[in-house]
Design a protein around this ligand. Structure first.
Ligand SMILES: CC(C)(COP(=O)(O)OP(=O)(O)OC[C@H]1O[C@@H](n2cnc3c(N)ncnc32)[C@H](O)[C@@H]1OP(=O)(O)O)[C@@H](O)C(=O)NCCC(=O)NCCS
Length: 132
């Protein structure tokens, strides 16, 4: 997996980073920037954490670094997230980082027969700079 992700990073396809718990040296999650649109300087963000590690602000801490890297090192102007509106934890993560809810798209996904809506969130570089 590390080999695959490293190749994708080198090719500029996407950036997916593992999150390791310091005490146990265990891989507990991942966060990513993908769907880069170079001319518009934007990308999408995704994230996942094992459930035993929820509620400790680990993802917020990880995403703060990733977002910062996206705006400063990758020179992005906008980062987007597409989440299931029923996913309240995920919504709170985005809100803590300053993402703004920009839209609600009905029945955007059908995964294994389950239909779900999308809540679209966006964060501008200017939003981020105003907070830091
Ligand atoms: C989305 C997901 C990463 C959120 O995990 P999380 O642990 O709730 O998020 P964080 O790591 O930011 O932790 C925030 C929680 O830690 C708590 N917390 C504990 N110590 C804290 C501290 N020092 N500072 C801030 N928050 C703290 C917060 O109160 C918050 O809990 P709350 O939302 O109930 O108030 C997780 O639910 C997940 O992986 N879900 C499955 C995958 C998924 O849905 N991905 C998103 C779709 S792309």
């Amino acid at each position: 997996m590390i080999e695959r992700e490293s190749k994708a990073t080198q090719a500029g396809e996407y950036l997916r980073l593992g999150i390791e718990e310091r005490e146990s040296s265990t891989l507990i999650g991942a966060c990513a920037l993908f769907s880069f649109h170079e001319a518009s300087r934007r990308a999408e963000m995704g994230y996942i954490l094992r459930s035993q590690s929820w509620g400790k602000a680990l993802m917020s801490e990880s995403l703060r670094s990733l977002v910062n890297y996206g705006f400063t090192n990758l020179n992005l102007n906008r980062i987007e997230a597409d989440i299931d509106p029923r996913n309240e934890r995920s919504e709170r993560v985005l809100q803590r980082l300053g993402f703004v809810k920009e839209g609600h798209l009905r029945q955007r996904w059908i995964v294994s027969g389950e239909v779900s809506d999308s809540a679209l969130y966006g964060l501008l570089r200017s939003d981020w700079e105003a907070r830091t």
